[in-house]
Design a protein around this ligand. Structure first.
Ligand code: SF4
Length: 367
């Protein structure tokens, strides 16, 4: 039987593993990206390839060592390189002597037949359509549970009394959700996870800053690629709201575009009316929407050489001025170190705190 693997993006692997196994496949879980993953990826990818392509290259090579022979991944469209990833990965792997099969999911709204054909390929147990739909729904519910637990951890961490408690509880919660195999069990595990996070001892008087995180999807969703930036910010007393979770992205990119997605586009349009590929336009739109909601600052994270985010980066200073919101950008690559990033985050947090205090004092003088 062929052994399947797929790109690792945060905790979503728990859902994909369950779904692929439910369909009758043997799965090789992609390992969490490590220094070795990156070294392998960098060694075998073109130097100027996008950072996510390199990490995924390393990941695939690690899964090949564990016997994977088929990669399930997504395609891409629009003016950026994401659409070429699958083909390039396959070619590099072939040159290295690994003849991998690729199952590439394109945009289902534009290519519904591709979606149906791929589901059929993956449906090894030949379940009926009704059963396949039920299995997809169950997987969707698990993805929601994982996202909900992560969102709550972002709220609790900056308020926790003992540093590290939230991360410890969150990791436990992930295991509960992971072990749930029916929809009822998933709902039960999600409830237990959210309750456990809620009861983490917190300091409700702490002055917590609120920061939005925007940028390219892979570095947003995979903490190993952004050096656990959200956790670092939490320890600095910052509540983060990430612009993208896999559930939200999937909703916007499958059957219909949600009103949320359209609101982001509308917000960005005075600054960037065109599609520039990737999530460049979303980075602008989400920055404006967060500024309107009174956030203390924004952070843009992007792979080095990511064209859509470079375009957004050139526009963000104007948005920052117009909406009076500080914006910090990180371009990430294999050279980026955690210590340097933490120093910049600390400085940014100090700046936001001073700005907030100043606004508050000004308000009490004039009010
Ligand atoms: S969005 Fe950026 S990082 Fe992703 S494929 Fe496009 S250019 Fe590369």
């Amino acid at each position: 039987m062929s052994k399947l693997t797929f790109p690792r993006m945060g905790e979503s692997w728990r859902t994909f593993k369950m779904l692929l196994e439910d369909l009758g496949n043997e799965v090789v879980v992609p390992p969490r990206p490590s220094k070795r993953t990156l070294d392998l990826g960098v060694r075998y990818s073109p130097e100027f390839a996008c950072f996510p392509l390199k990490i995924l290259m390393g990941t695939y090579l690690e899964t090949v060592e564990k016997g994977a022979d088929t990669i399930v991944t997504s395609g891409g469209m629009g003016p950026c390189r994401a659409g070429e990833y699958a083909m390039l990965h396959q070619k590099i792997l072939k040159d290295l002597g690994h003849d991998m099969k690729m199952v590439v999911f394109e945009h289902p709204r534009r290519q519904p037949l591709n979606f149906i054909r791929n589901v059929w390929i993956l449906n090894k147990d030949r379940h009926s359509i009704k059963v396949v739909i039920a299995l997809i729904k169950k997987a969707w519910r698990k993805l929601q549970a994982l996202d909900n637990a992560e969102k709550l951890s972002h709220i609790v961490r900056p308020r926790e009394i003992a540093r590290g408690t939230t991360s410890k509880v969150y990791r436990k919660a992930l295991e509960w959700i992971d072990q749930a195999n029916t929809t009822d069990q998933i709902i039960e595990a999600e409830t237990a996870a959210l309750e456990a996070l809620h009861v983490v001892p917190q300091d409700s008087d702490r002055d917590v800053l609120k920061v939005g995180i925007v940028g390219e999807i892979y570095v947003l969703l995979e903490p190993a690629s952004n050096l656990e930036m959200e956790e670092t910010l939490g320890y600095l007393g910052v509540e983060v709201e990430r612009s993208m979770f896999l559930t939200g992205w999937t909703r916007d990119n499958t059957w219909t575009e949600t009103t949320e997605g359209m609101t982001v586009k509308d917000a960005a349009s005075p600054y960037l009316p065109e599609l520039v590929g990737g999530h460049g336009r979303d980075s602008i739109g989400n920055t404006i929407l967060c500024a309107k909601r009174g956030f203390d600052g924004m952070i843009q994270i992007a792979p080095f050489t990511c064209i859509p985010e470079i375009v957004a980066r050139t526009i963000l200073p104007r948005v920052s001025r117009d909406y009076d919101i500080p914006v910090l950008t990180f371009f990430l690559d294999e050279q980026t170190g955690k210590a340097g990033m933490s120093t910049r985050l600390e400085a940014f947090t100090d700046l936001m705190r001073r700005k907030k205090r100043f606004k508050h004092e000004l308000g009490s003088l004039t009010g």
